[in-house]
Design a protein around this ligand. Structure first.
Ligand code: BGC
Length: 365
């Protein structure tokens, strides 16, 4: 009796487990025609991509690439922008769960505000990939794919120093610091990367932040909006740089870098060394014209391609390749990451940096 009971219980558990697997969409459906038994979900499934606001060109390009390349790989892309803000993105992710999207790729507006929706997604059996920006304070994120954000900041900090040194071999140099939007998990990491280079030079007197605004909180630019950076720069110039020369500005991306340059020009001051990121068309032109000093090349095509490689692996029941398992702790877990390498671009290498880029290649020839 005892033995039969145990066996019966085991069979029941196995049956429930099989049902649960099917409900989660994890059973091998064999839709590819193969019976390998390893597929996590059928080929041709819907893949959700939740993108933030269009705060820089990279996001707009990502939308197109995810649509085209997921389709080419045999999936149904479900790509959404959340121009209306956080609650719109929350609703979009909930809708992706309802539609049964098997992988949900998230470029968060605010990585700390999606906990409820990510839990719904995991409970429904979806795999979650944080794209470009980390998802914070949640266990419900499986992978992270991004350019190495700390390295981006390091390159920006070093470029600021190099650019100022090239103009004036010895300091001290007067600088101002700008950071990105505080709701974007990347903004602090970029800033910390840059400050790992700049802080020792502030401490030894080589650099002087004349306004005194040295903290991340003082340097942030809400919503990554150009007008916010421009307004802050206007105020700094009017308040602090009457007869004092501004030698350099740490800008976390191209949109904000151009806003800083616009402000400086409007004030009739010489353009300082200004950093950037994203290789936006107008900034690459500005670098070639000798205005903006640097940008960062983070090829969006490579990032989207890698995210789709992860999707293919997950679909096939394989564990995606990871090259960093220690850097991105989101306060609940350390998220397994695949990090790509950012490249600094200045006037010196602008002609070679984009040879394979279909848009920037022709411009920089
Ligand atoms: C991205 C940057 C971009 C910024 C504003 C960040 O999360 O990593 O490339 O400049 O968002 O859109």
């Amino acid at each position: 009796m005892q033995m039969i009971g145990k066996a019966g219980k085991a069979a029941a558990i196995a049956a429930i487990a099989a049902l649960a697997l099917t409900a989660c969409g994890r059973a091998d459906t064999g839709s590819s025609g193969s019976s390998s038994g390893g597929e996590a979900f059928p080929k041709g499934s819907a893949i959700g991509v939740a993108l933030p606001q269009k705060t820089s060109e990279n996001w707009v390009l990502a939308e197109k690439l995810f649509n085209d390349d997921l389709t080419a790989a045999g999936y149904k892309p479900d790509v959404q922008f959340a121009n209306g803000g956080v609650s719109e993105q929350q609703n979009q992710i909930s809708a992706m769960v309802t539609k049964g999207d098997k992988v949900i790729i998230v470029g968060a507006i605010d990585g700390a505000q999606l906990g409820t929706q990510l839990k719904q997604a995991k409970d429904a059996g979806a795999t979650i990939i944080a794209y470009d920006r980390l998802l914070l304070n949640t266990a419900n994120v499986d992978y992270y794919v991004a350019y190495d954000n700390f390295k981006v900041g390091v390159l920006q900090g070093q470029a600021l120093l190099d650019g100022m040194k090239a103009k004036k071999p010895t300091g001290p140099y007067n600088i101002e610091l700008f950071a990105g939007s505080p709701d974007d998990a990347n903004a602090k990491v970029f800033f910390n990367g840059a400050m790992s280079i700049l802080q020792p030079k502030i401490d030894d007197g080589t650099l002087k932040v004349v306004s005194g605004q040295k903290s991340f909180e003082q340097a942030v630019t809400q919503g990554w909006k150009a007008e916010n950076a421009q307004r802050r720069m206007d105020t700094l110039l009017a308040g602090t740089y009457g007869s004092t020369t501004l030698d350099g500005v740490l800008s976390p991306n191209d949109t904000l870098g151009r806003a800083v340059i616009t402000s400086v020009k409007a004030a009739g001051k010489p353009i300082p060394v200004v950093t950037g990121q994203d290789s936006e068309v107008e900034s690459v032109k500005s670098i070639m014209a000798g205005e903006q000093y640097s940008t960062i090349n983070k090829d969006t095509r490579a990032l989207v391609e890698h995210a789709i490689t992860m999707v293919k692996d997950i679909q096939a029941g394989k564990t995606p390749e990871i090259n960093d398992s220690k850097s991105y702790n989101n306060t609940v877990k350390t998220v397994p990451a695949y990090l790509l390498t950012p490249v600094i671009v200045t006037k010196d290498n602008v002609k070679t940096a984009y040879v394979n880029d279909p848009v920037l290649g022709p411009i920089t020839k």
